[in-house]
Design a protein around this ligand. Structure first.
Ligand code: FES
Length: 125
């Protein structure tokens, strides 16, 4: 089980070696998530319309190791964007991946940018 979790590691924007074009802005729902695949990784991409911000994180919830986070509800905790896992509702920061509700491993987060209506997620693998 740990092996699957080990495949995901946060990428800081300055460490990005490839911006993966994963779709157009209109392909993604507002205030909800969508799952994309890049190499071995399932990535949840969120457009938080109220904040006008995009986020990406691993789709894998570290609680029961389920590929579900893209189906989670997003919201904010004191201004920090977060996603609630649809399975048991643990909350994770979309800013740094920290679990806000339990002693669970942080999820990996990835930078997102928009260029000419294209959604690009930054990776270094
Ligand atoms: S599987 Fe995500 S909170 Fe349990």
């Amino acid at each position: 089980m740990q092996n699957v979790l080990d495949k995901y590691e946060s990428v800081m924007e300055e460490k990005v070696t490839y911006w993966y074009p994963c779709g157009h802005v209109e392909d993604f729902p507002e205030n909800a998530g969508a799952c994309i695949k890049y190499k071995h990784a399932q990535i949840a991409v969120f457009y938080f319309a109220r904040m006008g911000k995009w986020y990406a994180c691993q789709n894998l919830c570290p609680h029961k190791v389920e590929m579900v986070l893209s189906r989670g509800m997003i919201g904010d905790a004191a201004g920090i964007a977060k996603v609630a896992c649809p399975m048991h509702k643990h909350n994770f920061s979309l800013e740094d991946g920290t679990c806000l509700t339990a002693e669970l491993p942080a999820i990996a987060t990835y930078p997102v940018k928009i260029e000419k209506d294209q959604v690009l997620v930054g990776f270094n693998f």
